[in-house]
Design a protein around this ligand. Structure first.
Ligand code: RNT
Ligand code: ZN
Length: 413
């Protein structure tokens, strides 16, 4: 018997059907963020990254243009098993060397991304870029006290929403458009309310036009603090929870945007009692940074368990959001993407009926023992079989492709 068959037996002994777990996990898309490939630079070639987010590291060979980024994504796509979407930011527009103001972007500037997505059978997701721009230099965009600046960013968001709807329509799968604004105060404000009123009103203007949900889904992303916005963020969790519930929007929970001991896995079931759908930005906070490469941590597993245990497969949109410029950027994509899929598969392989029975019987020792047992079940054999079926290298074999690409492509840039 091979390793996979032995693993199937071990899981079956706990009442788990490996084949149905594999089939289930293979239907859940993960949206891969294009911005890990070039340190959130984009192609505008003007301003440095700001908005309270930062990429550190100088690993050589960062993608310098859209063709290089797509070539790198092709490699990442070969290493991450399962259905994938691509998440694009507005600064990745291709304007043929022409300077196009962000409030004048149109679907034509993303036609090559749409072609790439279609060729790969991947849906697209989208984001307005409300940072790294002269009009964001005082730290406020759509909640800016200056009406002219506010209107510029509102126009940018409306343009992005139309682009997103076009992507969704063309590709036949709704584009999840995520709105994150860096707006916040470095030091204690006297008035926390006025900017929040402006943010609420700006969002209402951005979303004024009805767009069919089969083309576009809007998500709003909260954050506790950013670098240079330590004292108060306008778009706090309470703000966006209220906004999303009252306006029927998706709430985006970023794993790195809360207090260090607070976890988003615990929030999912509460949010989905009051919201139809949510978006996750799966990330890893480390002290002051919210964007380290996603590892197979207890929290990542807990996020996946919440999705699987409560059948949220279609109500939770999974996106990755991290950026590390200190290591091979494609490896960073592959590690995080593979880990997300591993966590989903681990969760789908839980002995759910035994766990539920133990909990319902009040047998908490049995529940604990079962959960701990899961950690050392022969998961690797199932994972490797999944990779094999997806045509993606399993085990550590995938890393050879990273080294080949380093040698043949990255080192020559
Ligand atoms: C920033 C947010 C946001 C960004 C991307 C690039 O803290 O997490 O989602 O990371 O839009
Ligand atoms: Zn995020």
């Amino acid at each position: 018997m091979g390793a996979f068959e032995l693993a199937e037996e071990a899981y079956a002994a706990l009442g788990v059907d490996v084949e149905s777990a594999l089939a289930r996990v293979d239907r859940i898309p993960v949206s891969i963020h294009c911005w890990q490939g070039d340190d959130v630079n984009g192609f505008e070639n003007n301003s440095a990254l700001d908005g309270g987010i930062a990429v550190t590291g100088h690993h050589p060979g960062r993608a310098r243009n859209a063709d290089e980024l797509r070539a790198d994504l092709d490699t990442a796509w070969k290493l991450i098993p399962g259905p994938k979407r691509l998440n694009v930011h507005a600064i990745y527009a291709e304007t043929n060397g022409r300077k196009v103001s962000r409030d004048e972007l149109g679907i034509e500037h993303f036609s090559r991304w749409i072609d790439w997505a279609r060729a790969n059978g991947s849906g697209l997701d989208f984001n307005p870029t409300c940072f790294s721009h002269p009009l964001a230099s005082d730290g406020f965009t759509v909640s800016n006290a200056d009406a002219g600046i506010r209107d510029f960013w509102i126009r940018h968001c409306i343009a992005c929403r139309e682009i997103a709807a076009g992507m969704g329509k063309t590709l036949g799968t709704p584009c999840v458009t995520n709105y994150w604004f860096p707006d916040g105060f470095k030091d204690t404000p006297f008035d926390r309310l006025a900017a929040r009123e402006r943010l609420r009103d700006a969002l209402d203007r951005i979303f004024a036009e009805a767009i069919p949900r089969e083309y576009n889904l809007d998500a709003v992303e909260s954050k506790l603090f950013g670098i240079g916005a330590e004292s108060c963020t306008v778009g706090s969790h309470e703000f966006y929870m209220g906004y999303a519930v009252s306006r029927g929007k998706l709430l985006c929970l970023d794993a790195g945007h809360f207090h260090p001991t607070e976890v988003i896995s615990d929030k999912i079931s509460s949010c989905l009692l009051f919201l139809d759908e949510i978006l996750l930005h799966v990330s890893r906070g480390v002290r002051w940074d919210s964007d380290h490469v996603v590892t197979l941590s207890d929290e990542l597993l807990a996020i996946a368990q919440e999705i699987i245990r409560h059948d949220y497969d279609r109500r939770v949109h999974i996106g990755l959001d991290y950026f590390d410029g200190s290591i091979d950027r494609i490896a960073a994509w592959a590690v995080g993407g593979r880990n997300m899929r591993k966590a989903l598969l681990l969760a789908a392989l839980e002995p759910a009926s035994l766990l539920a029975a133990a909990e319902n019987a009040g047998d908490n020792a049995r529940r604990l023992a079962l959960l701990e047992e899961c950690r050392t079940l022969p998961f690797a054999a199932v994972w490797n079989e999944y990779c094999r079926r997806c045509g993606v290298p399993g085990a550590f074999d995938w890393y050879a492709e990273i080294e080949r690409y380093q040698k043949d492509v990255i080192s020559k840039r």
